[in-house]
Design a protein around this ligand. Structure first.
Ligand SMILES: *Cc1c(COP(=O)(O)O)cnc(C)c1O
Length: 230
């Protein structure tokens, strides 16, 4: 079932790229495997998927330790400063940086390990009370502050759009993130790139691709519903 789902998602990525004149190579699909078992992940892996995302440090760490080494792991969830040490150097990208204090803690841990950690700035594009992320109008200032840190590198922006029934309703939010990234990149801030836009989930990834996403994060459309009671 998982492999069939991946096939469908890959097909829809292709459609969205075609519709918007983009190349499939520009899009990275993150298989969001939170709450799912190692055997579910291995089914996706054996079907050819190599990029996986998790939102909890302990779960991510356990999976990194027990699954194939050629998996590219992404931390997509809210991160507590005292847990950075468990994942620094083990993930290819941290998507969820929304405060200077968090970036500073990542910087300290990265220096200790003698690495530079690539990050994205999480933007709360719809200004939802329940979501993490910096406000649109405060993003550039935060980017400027974080850009001074030597051992973190801002690669772009991430957003979690609202839950909607009609994915078209999120188009304007994806558009806003793209515009913001273009605005910031025009400022030519040292040590900052705006090449990566992580946006679009199971319900709206095609719209996100049409609006410029370079990374989509797809969970339930691949692995099925999540069971949090387990
Ligand atoms: C769970 C999660 C996803 C995937 O959500 P689906 O709707 O199941 O595709 C994407 N991004 C983040 C940050 C998540 O926590």
């Amino acid at each position: 079932m998982i492999s069939e789902n991946i096939q469908i998602v890959r097909e829809k990525i292709k459609e969205a790229c075609k519709k918007s004149g983009r190349s499939e190579n520009e899009i990275t699909l993150i298989n969001v495997s939170k709450t799912k078992t190692n055997s579910d992940i291995m089914e996706a892996y054996n079907f050819g998927e190599r990029v996986f995302g998790e939102n909890k440090v302990q779960e991510l760490k356990d999976k990194i330790d027990s699954l194939p080494e050629d998996i590219s792991w992404h931390m997509i969830g809210h991160l507590q400063r005292n847990k950075i040490k468990y994942i620094a150097g083990k993930v290819d990208l941290i998507h969820s940086v929304d405060t200077y204090r968090l970036a500073e803690a990542i910087n300290i841990e990265s220096k200790k390990k003698n690495i530079i950690t690539p990050i994205l700035i999480e933007v709360n594009v719809a200004e939802e009370m329940t979501k993490f992320g910096v406000r649109l109008e405060e993003t550039e200032q935060l980017v400027r502050e974080i850009s001074e840190l030597e051992a973190v590198k801002i690669n772009g922006l991430m957003t979690i759009a609202p839950y909607v029934v009609d994915s078209e309703d999120n188009r304007r939010f994806f558009y806003k993130i793209r515009e913001l990234a273009i605005d910031i990149s025009r400022k030519n801030i040292d040590n900052v790139s705006m090449d990566v836009l992580s946006m679009g989930m199971s319900g709206d990834y095609q719209i996100a691709i049409e609006e410029g996403a370079t990374i989509i994060r797809v969970g339930s459309a691949i692995f099925g519903d999540r069971n949090y009671s387990a």
